[in-house]
Write a protein that binds this ligand. Structure first.
Ligand SMILES: [Zn+2]
Length: 335
């Protein structure tokens, strides 16, 4: 895709935030080193290509199912920033992201993709906060004993009637509510991606600070459980939150995913709740092997900017979608 001068100028000026990727955990699962400053085309993301693509900040998934795994991933992130301070910075707030932009470095935000790794302990949550974690998904979809919600979240295509029914199901566990309160107190952004509908509705009410839905899609555009319904989008916006549009093709469109269809989803959110509540949550290296994300990998992010410009959004809206909205939430919650 040809990049126009206006798109290039906006892309260069923007603080660009990707609110979710699984690159580290995918590498860990394959017994590969976590020094992602080496270019590695087998993955969707590495530091050189992120900087080439103009990315300012990405959320690295550093914890999900087990505490052992989380500590490995947190260590990998720390070693990355210790070994390559010229390229990366571990960000604990908005100022670090602005500094990374000014210095041409990549800011990394530590993100849990589930609170199951806390083993039911808020002390572990506090320790992970001390180690830099600033975003916490309540669940990666799992429910039951030791988790934040009573039932597993479904993951598939579904009908509107399924959504209506699901919101009346059992929601958060006591531990889930405690995690929300402690995240609010500490300054950790609560991430509702993967939560069941019942948990979503309960959590969005309990959040005292703006929550996010780091990587998901728009149900009105594509009938998948990972898409937010219009009702959910309104509640998320009312809470000051932001949805990250994922680059996962089958979240974008069931039959014919494309960049245009991705922009349709972003436009849907903007028309529904205004320009302040949608961003990018790519989910790079987090989708089934063989799937091609849109844009296909991180160095191709200028394609997204070009498509937003071609759709006719004004400069301010484009800058908000590319990262301004997530930056605002991080500033409000984490400082
Ligand atoms: Zn993930």
């Amino acid at each position: 895709m040809h990049t126009s001068d206006r798109a290039r100028e906006l892309h260069d000026r923007a603080i660009i935030v990707d609110a979710h990727n699984d690159t580290l955990v995918l590498r860990l699962s394959r017994d590969e080193h976590l020094d992602v400053t080496e270019r590695d085309e087998r993955y969707h993301l590495d530091v050189p290509r992120a900087l080439e693509g103009g990315l300012t900040c990405c959320f690295f998934m550093v914890g999900s199912s087990t505490l052992d795994q989380s500590l490995e991933l947190v260590d990998g992130t720390w070693r990355l920033v210790e070994d390559h301070p010229d390229q990366v910075i571990l960000a604990t707030g908005a100022a670090d992201i602005e500094r990374a932009k000014a210095e041409g470095r990549l800011a990394i935000i530590g993100q849990l993709e589930s609170c199951t790794c806390l083993n039911g302990s808020l002390a572990v949550l506090r320790d992970l906060y001390r180690l830099g974690v600033r975003v916490a998904n309540l669940t990666h979809g799992e429910g039951g004993e030791g988790t934040t919600q009573h039932e597993n979240s479904p993951f598939d295509f579904c009908e509107p009637a399924d959504r209506e029914q699901a919101r009346r199901g059992p929601g958060l566990t006591d531990f889930g509510r405690e995690v929300i309160a402690e995240c609010n107190r500490l300054g950790i952004v609560i991430d509702l991606a993967h939560a069941s509908d019942a948990s979503f509705y309960e959590a969005v009410e309990l959040c005292a600070t703006p929550p996010i839905f780091s990587h998901g899609a728009v149900f009105a555009q594509c009938p998948h459980w990972r898409g937010l319904t219009d009702d959910q989008l309104r509640l998320l916006a009312d809470a000051g939150g932001v949805m990250g549009m994922a680059c996962v093709p089958f979240f974008i469109d069931r039959e014919a995913p494309s960049m245009e269809r991705m922009i349709d989803s972003i436009q849907h959110v903007i028309e529904l709740v205004g320009p302040d509540h949608v961003g990018l949550g790519a989910d790079y290296d987090g989708m089934r092997e063989g799937l091609v994300p849109i844009p296909a990998s991180v160095e191709r992010l200028p394609e997204l900017t070009e498509a937003l410009v071609r759709r006719g959004f004004d400069d301010e809206t484009v800058l908000k979608v590319l990262g301004g909205n997530f930056l605002r939430v991080l500033r409000e919650v984490a400082g």
